[in-house]
Design a protein around this ligand. Structure first.
Ligand code: AHR
Length: 374
């Protein structure tokens, strides 16, 4: 089985066209938590391998389950929960998969271990959502040597191209969109001065790097002041802690809070409520988030969150297509971008243009909220 897979992987890596990428848990546990959805690891490892010189069938061509190992970032946010649930649904036994899921709890060393365990277990495919964007080449080389195709999902790997496909979001575009919306919104509202506080996601994550860089590019162009930019770890507790400290250090000095995910925004709101700072459409502070989970979109509808910039967590069905292409001997795209929407509370910025592409700003209504998938 592995020999044919190895040949397919090499072919895919050689032929794939790079189209150009624009782009914690509160109490990190030392070891990753693994959930075997089907056979335990040692049972699976006991499977008889085809001899090296035997031309074997592609996985599942003979009705066998396709064995997939998924090294997930953790469970830090609602977005992450939606992504995990989507993967567990797509890579189910009824869909022809045997999924080994590892929650790496935002621990990079545990994530590398998880991938190496998948190699030991001779998985048919490995899916990685990289906690950080660097430090990957050695382990991806090991995957390649073992003939196991790797599909990267969500965050990017920036120091190795030894994977078949990446499926995810353009985080820099998300940050640029946030900045362009804020520029247009401030103009429409007659706000001439922006003093922003940024609550970043986890340090080293490509989602953090892209959103930070994109927003900063527009801030520099517009001459805004970014008073501070600190790591909130993509968690509600992290967002609250950073905002509590901002409320003390910058009391009365800020009129914008950029939260790099929804959960951080929930925490920031708790901190601002406690400090007596008003925010949202009727408040003194403009607050925005990334992700656009349904509870955040509800807050946009309520006018508590001015805008939210979607990061689509439902990449697993596309990864399933990539795996099916590989199994059929086809070459998937090297980089596949998720479609994403920008949503706002007020209907005063109809559209924005990012990288030359105009995209509508969706005014959130009851209907928009009802139609959100997650
Ligand atoms: O990598 C995607 C980011 O990670 C999401 O914005 C965030 O919610 C998650 O934790």
């Amino acid at each position: 089985m592995k020999k044919k897979l190895a040949l397919m992987l090499v072919a895919a890596m050689t032929m794939a066209t790079v189209v150009g990428c624009g782009g914690g848990s509160e109490d990190a546990a030392p070891a990753a938590a693994e959930t075997e959805t089907e056979a335990p690891a040692d049972t699976a490892a006991a499977e008889t391998e085809a001899p090296a010189d035997t031309e074997a069938e592609a996985p599942a061509a003979d009705g066998e389950l396709i064995r997939v190992g998924f090294a997930q970032v953790g469970h830090e946010s609602d977005w992450r929960t939606a992504a995990t649930q989507s993967a567990q649904t797509v890579f189910s036994a009824e869909n022809g998969y045997e999924l080994s899921f590892v929650d790496c709890d935002n621990d990079s060393a545990a994530q590398l271990d998880a991938v190496r365990n998948f190699i030991q277990q001779d998985m048919d495919y490995i899916i990685i959502d990289p906690i950080v964007s660097t430090g990957w080449d050695a382990v991806l080389t090991e995957c390649e040597d073992a003939g196991i195709p790797v599909v990267v999902i969500d965050r990017t790997i920036d120091d190795s191209d030894k994977y078949v496909s990446w499926v995810g979001s353009d985080f820099k575009v998300e940050g640029l969109a946030c900045g362009e919306w804020l520029a247009a919104y401030a103009k429409a509202k007659g706000i001439s001065e922006i003093n922003a506080l940024v609550i970043e996601g986890s340090t080293g994550a490509s989602a953090t790097i892209g959103r930070t860089d994109g927003f900063k590019e527009i801030a520099d162009r517009e001459g805004w002041t970014i008073l501070d930019s600190q790591d909130g770890d993509f968690t509600e507790a992290g967002g609250q802690e950073v905002m509590e400290s901002y409320c003390q250090s910058y009391a009365g000095q800020f009129n914008v809070v950029i939260c790099q995910n929804d959960n951080e925004a929930y925490g920031a709101m708790t901190a601002m409520d406690a400090a007596g700072v008003t925010y949202g459409v009727d408040g003194d502070v403009i607050i925005v988030s990334f992700d656009s989970n349904k509870p955040a979109v509800q807050l946009v509808l309520d006018g508590k969150l001015n805008a939210t910039f979607e990061c689509n967590p439902l990449a697993a069905p596309t990864v399933d297509e990539v795996i099916k292409q590989l199994a059929a001997g086809e070459t998937p795209e090297k980089e596949i971008y998720m479609a994403e929407a920008w949503l706002a509370s007020e209907d005063i910025v109809p559209s924005i243009t990012v990288n030359g592409e105009e995209q509508p700003i969706i005014h959130v209504t009851e209907d928009v909220l009802a139609n959100r998938a997650y």
